[in-house]
Design a binder for this molecule. Structure first.
Ligand code: BES
Ligand code: MN
Ligand code: MN
Length: 459
């Protein structure tokens, strides 16, 4: 660890802990005052780090925090993006320590300790690395590149207002590249760079049978049960080979060459460990693809939630009137999220039996994204990680989505570099989310190296 980090590490952690204590849950309006507090907190820390023009930009939803430091117009400009909002902490009872009271504990993958708190990894811990890395660069001789910071508060709910902000502020956001720490590395001794993100189409469906809940003895067997029907409809959306049966679903999927597939497969992966970690006897998925391929370069369809009928204590005999499900699809290049939403809607309506009525609504979505590995930004990421970890990083394709990344490219013409430091096992979105102390400090060390190498490569 370099001396500046060594000397300031306790303060860095204290500050991050204060940040993590603010429950910045974007999805739930009861946390709206906390969202403002979180935005205010980062803005103040950006100013304290030495950035100029730190401001809170209101939107129709949660505000965006912006700051910049232009040291020399002739130097390249890096736009750092991240999010200060977090997923809801529910279910609270499954947390071993309170989600908004950060606690350090040792885990198998983090023998030096990890910070347990909602948002520790996704993404407050990771955006805070940038704030501290910039503080360190400014304290130690200055920035080798200009920097602009844009931290939003709506990533976990679809980034709709950020899209509006980006379209309206192209001049302000002009840069050479976008740098994002909101993804994972393979392991703390296996650095990697994600070179792609999946897109997302998120739908909700409602199935209505009879006009009211019925006695399941009096009517059961004679009237279609919408929960049964919905389950059958969902089950039919995968075939025996694990393929999605929606017509046209795979039409635009870019197939990788065998060489590209071999390259991605060469990254270390232990299937037995993977199964053991999840406590599953077997993996599942699309025939003809490996576990890693299924979770990165292939599209999927998953039920995120399903409800209807009686779910309270004990038993109630009822034939429910309605059934609902939230269904999402992860997309890969060159699928288009709105086209997939249309295909889903048409398919769902087509397979509905005449015994029920169905309604289909769409939530948010986003396009898939790939980073070109021959770009200066990607090369700078590889050099920075190699210098910080003492090991060459391997390219991986991520399975998660950051829908705004494709919009950045479309609206600003900028590519994004995914320089994330989390681990897939850090329980993002789950109870007991955590972020390794090693990862937090390694990130702070790597970011200035990225700036240095990027400035050199752009000369
Ligand atoms: N940081 C994640 C995405 C991620 C996680 C990418 C791990 C790669 C590795 C991001 O905050 C996220 O959770 N995105 C959502 C999409 C959003 C629209 C709710 C997702 O992927 O489910
Ligand atoms: Mn995130
Ligand atoms: Mn997330």
């Amino acid at each position: 660890m370099n001396t500046y980090i060594e000397q300031n590490k306790d303060r860095f952690l204290d500050e991050l802990f204060d940040f993590l204590r603010i429950p910045s849950v974007s999805a739930d309006s009861k946390f709206q005052p906390d969202m403002l507090r979180a935005a205010e907190f980062v803005k103040e820390k950006l100013l304290a780090a030495g950035l100029d023009k730190a401001e809170i930009c209101p939107t129709a939803g949660h505000p965006i925090v912006y700051a910049e430091k232009i040291v020399d117009a002739s130097l390249p400009t890096i736009l750092v993006y991240g999010h200060y909002d977090v997923q809801p902490a529910d279910p609270y009872e499954l947390w071993d320590s309170p989600p908004f009271e950060p606690t350090i504990k040792v885990t198998k993958n983090h023998p030096d300790g990890a910070i347990f708190a909602r948002g520790s990894c996704d993404d407050k811990g990771q955006i805070y690395m940038h704030v501290k890395a910039i503080e360190m660069m400014l304290a130690q001789g200055g920035l080798p590149c200009n920097v602009k910071i844009m931290f939003e508060g709506e990533e976990e709910v679809g980034s709709e207002n950020l899209g509006v902000f980006v379209k309206a502020n192209k001049e302000k956001l002009a840069a050479d590249l976008i740098l994002i720490s909101d993804t994972s590395i393979i392991a703390n001794d296996i650095p990697s760079v994600e070179t792609g993100l999946r897109g997302l189409t998120y739908m909700e469906v409602a199935v209505t049978g009879p006009n009211r809940d019925l006695h399941s003895g009096v009517y059961g067997g004679a009237v279609a049960n919408p929960v049964n029907v919905l389950c059958q409809m969902i089950a039919s959306m995968h075939d025996a080979d694990g393929k999605v049966t929606i017509k046209g679903f795979y039409d635009k999927v870019a197939e990788l060459s065998q060489a590209e597939r071999d390259d991605l497969e060469s990254a270390p992966f232990d299937l037995e460990e993977y199964k053991k970690d999840l406590d599953i006897a077997e993996v599942a998925g699309e025939k003809g693809y490996t576990t890693r391929e299924r979770a990165s370069i292939r599209p999927t369809l998953d039920v995120n939630g399903i409800w209807g009928g009686y779910t309270g204590e004990g038993s109630k005999t009822v034939l429910p009137s309605k059934a609902f499900a939230k269904i999402s699809m992860r997309l890969v290049p060159d699928q288009d999220w709105e086209e997939i939403a249309d295909l889903f809607e048409a398919h769902f309506k087509a397979i509905a039996p005449p015994t029920v009525k169905v309604e289909v609504t769409r939530h948010h979505g986003g396009q898939p994204y790939v980073t070109p590995t021959d770009s200066a930004g990607y090369k700078a990421a590889v050099l920075a990680l190699e210098e910080a970890f003492g090991k060459k990083p391997v390219p991986t394709r991520g399975g998660g989505s950051i829908p705004i990344v494709a919009l950045f490219e479309q609206e600003l013409g900028l590519k994004s570099i995914l320089l994330g430091f989390g681990l897939d096992s850090d329980a993002l979105h789950s109870p007991n989310e955590h972020y390794g102390l090693f990862n937090f400090f390694k990130g702070i060390e790597t970011i200035p190296l990225f700036f240095k190498h990027y400035a050199e490569l752009m000369k």
